[in-house]
Design a binder for this molecule. Structure first.
Ligand SMILES: Nc1nc2c(ncn2[C@@H]2O[C@H](COP(=O)(O)OP(=O)(O)O)[C@@H](O)[C@H]2O)c(=O)[nH]1
Ligand SMILES: [Mg+2]
Length: 292
């Protein structure tokens, strides 16, 4: 028979892991009062880690900030406010200010079903992976959205594949997690402060050989959107070309040292293959390599 000891339960290492959930918002006075209590109640009931929620607002012109401050009456919720617009800017500021072991974000509309959140965070909390992303394009994902957004998303992710031969399937899902130490190392190199932020972060991470875990999500599109599709798509393509050119220059004139806090590097039993090799994600136990 399995006995449960409460005292022992609290001593378990994963109980000490801290997770920060950032909810970026811009003019979301209507969505916040529903989403934040729902999120907290999910975390309280199902989450084995220590957690806190940060509402990251920038440049809202409605009463978002006031509503956020009311919600922060709950001690586990806090508010970050910036003047300039841009979701990437808000995430950078919130993640860099955090001391949590794992920093995450999700869109306030909770388009992604929360059941995917624990599978997103667990590989990072255990030390297995460096970043984790929700994917609407992975086998097993269940997605309800307009054909227009679906088509744009598929074309965009295909373009990334053509330019970078990357492995991750969905750059833009508003449901991501990064190890705190990895975020602190990578964020200063991410130039974009708006919607391209996510893609740039993932491309830089993959270039450095970091391990990205993907979770197929259940996604129901919320039609209330802050995205101006045409101009955002244009900026995304411009961003891709910039990152491609920068990568090319790095390849020609010098390259990065491996990320100091990468999971693979930190693990004593494993060695890293050259990051530029197509097999950069494969790892071999030391003794195997020496006999190979
Ligand atoms: N902090 C911050 N959040 C933003 C900004 N623009 C959009 N967001 C948030 O980003 C999330 C996704 O935006 P949304 O309009 O739902 O994008 P869509 O689902 O792709 O149509 C929501 O939580 C928005 O409130 C911004 O400039 N700053
Ligand atoms: Mg949305």
């Amino acid at each position: 028979m399995v006995r449960r000891s409460t005292r022992q339960g609290h001593a378990l290492p994963y109980r000490q892991v801290t997770i920060e959930v950032v909810v970026p918002v811009h003019n979301e006075e209507a969505a916040l009062p529903q989403s934040i209590p729902r999120l907290c109640s999910y975390l309280e009931t199902y989450f084995p880690y220590r957690w806190s929620v940060v509402i990251a607002d920038n440049a809202s012109t409605d009463s978002t900030l006031a509503v956020a401050r009311e919600l922060a009456a709950d001690k586990r919720v806090s508010v970050l406010h910036l003047k300039q617009k841009g979701r990437g800017r808000a995430l950078k500021a919130a993640w860099l200010a955090s001391e949590a072991d794992v920093v995450t974000y999700m869109d306030v509309d909770l388009s992604t079903n929360l059941w995917a959140f624990l599978p997103l965070v667990a590989p990072l909390a255990s030390g297995h992976s460096d970043l984790a992303i929700g994917s609407r394009l992975l086998k097993g994902a269940m997605v309800t959205r307009q054909w227009k957004r679906e088509a744009i998303s598929r074309c965009y992710n295909l373009l990334i594949k053509l330019l970078f031969r990357n492995r991750f399937s969905d750059a833009q899902c508003g449901f991501k997690a990064v190890k705190g130490s990895v975020a602190r190392g990578l964020l200063p190199r991410v130039e974009d402060d708006e919607w391209f932020f996510d893609t740039e972060l993932l491309l830089l991470a993959e270039e450095r050989g970091l391990r990205i875990h993907e979770v197929p999500v259940d996604w129901i599109e919320d039609l209330d959107s802050r995205v101006e599709i045409f101009s955002t798509a244009l900026k995304d393509v411009r961003g891709l070309l910039r990152v491609r050119a920068q990568r090319l220059l790095r390849q020609l004139f010098g390259h990065w040292s491996p990320a100091p806090n990468s999971t693979l590097r930190a693990h004593p039993r494993f060695v890293r293959l050259a990051p530029s090799s197509p097999e950069a994600h494969r790892t071999l136990p030391r003794q195997d390599r020496s006999s190979a």
